[in-house]
Design a protein around this ligand. Structure first.
Ligand SMILES: *Cc1c(COP(=O)(O)O)cnc(C)c1O
Length: 362
């Protein structure tokens, strides 16, 4: 059997799956997943499997030492015969950088693309088809060897799981400026998508909720003076009509949405500046109105407006505009992702559907 043939078990799991009305973000698991294991210095054969719990040694280094890196990407199928993924090669390249930083084996590009194509092809008919909906893909690579010696595993798994999702939205976000904890320092793992970063961010996330905010805004680890990003999204400010975003400082995660918005905004005639943005300067400019709008971006929510920046002492800084430039850029990006407008930058990859479900009416 060829590696990516669809087994009767996988076919049965997909055929018996029905897409619920309410999808949320990550609440619904797609019925299939991809897995390939690394042992003896090489990748084995990849398999599509029914979505299920996995066996893992309790002492596995992924659990004990956070030897885990991941990606987040989306497949779309909005009134199209074939699904499409967005900037998959960039997710692949970033996963390779993340693996390298943790000295884990890289997932070669052909294997990564085969995994994505196999899973998206198999799940084509369970991709929700209303604008804003998508199949969220979560590729992840983790060390499976158990033991406490502080070195890498010698065995790894690379998996891709998927979730049919709505656009992740909490409405306009209230953002809590975090002036005590730090998420990531230059030289650490902040600029790669390693699970460890999110562990470091959890206390501030809880503190933000306690302050009636949706998310924490991180400052640089050295001086706690410059804006980095949110726990899982990059940030932009509209300053005197220009777009400003923190320059990648070696601890900020280089978001693919961030990169896409920079390209799209420039194409639409905006001046875009990547620079060090001091938090006190930003709050002052919001107060004066020269910063008219602040927003965040990432694969999950695409572009999220920010309604208030709440400082550690409780002071609220409210931008005069919410979701103006953000809405413009969100639609510009989404219309490319959903293939309603021209793929100006070669970001779209079509996938061949593999399982046709009888009588689907979605
Ligand atoms: C994933 C992530 C982002 C957004 O990256 P995208 O590629 O745009 O989804 C931003 N910041 C952090 C910390 C992230 O983990």
């Amino acid at each position: 059997m060829a590696s990516y043939d669809i087994s009767p078990e996988v076919r049965a799991a997909i055929s018996s799956f029905t897409l619920p009305e309410k999808l949320g973000f990550g609440l619904v698991n797609a019925p299939a997943m991809f897995r390939v294991d690394w042992a003896d210095g090489a990748w084995g054969e990849g398999r599509l499997l029914p979505y299920d719990a996995i066996k893992l040694w309790p002492g596995a280094r992924a659990l004990q030492y956070a030897e885990l890196v991941f990606e987040g990407m989306k497949a779309y199928r909005i009134h199209q015969p074939r699904p499409n993924v967005f900037r998959a090669l960039d997710n692949c390249a970033r996963l390779a950088r993340s693996a390298k930083r943790l000295s884990m084996p890289e997932v070669p590009e052909p294997l990564f693309l085969q995994a994505v194509d196999a899973l998206v092809g198999a799940l084509a008919d369970v991709i929700p088809q209303h604008s804003g909906q998508a199949l969220y893909l979560r590729p992840f690579l983790f060390g499976t060897e158990s033991g406490y010696m502080l070195r890498n595993s010698t065995t790894f798994s690379f998996m891709v799981i998927a979730n049919p999702v709505e656009a992740y939205s909490t409405g306009a976000m209230r953002v809590a400026v975090e002036r005590k904890d730090v998420r990531a320092a230059v030289g650490g793992v902040g600029e790669v998508k390693a699970g460890a970063n999110y562990a470091a961010s959890l206390r501030a996330s809880s503190a933000a909720s306690a302050r009636n905010c949706n998310v924490a805004l991180w400052l640089d680890a050295r001086e706690q003076k410059y804006v980095q990003e949110l726990s899982g999204m990059n940030v932009f400010a509209v300053l005197n009509g220009e777009l400003h975003t923190p320059a990648l400082d070696g601890a900020i995660l280089p978001g693919i949405t961030r990169d896409s918005l920079i390209a799209l905004a420039r194409h639409r005639g905006y001046v875009v500046r990547e620079r060090a943005i001091a938090i006190d300067e930003l709050l002052l400019q919001v107060g004066r109105g020269s910063c008219s709008e602040v927003f965040a971006c990432g694969t999950a929510a695409i572009v999220s407006p920010i309604s208030a920046l709440v400082d550690q002492d409780g002071t609220e800084h409210v931008p005069k505009c919410i979701d103006v430039v953000a809405a413009e850029l969100r639609e510009a990006l989404l219309s490319i992702q959903e293939r309603r407008s021209e793929d100006l930058f070669g970001w779209i990859r079509e996938v061949q559907p593999k399982v046709q479900l009888a009588g689907t009416t979605r």
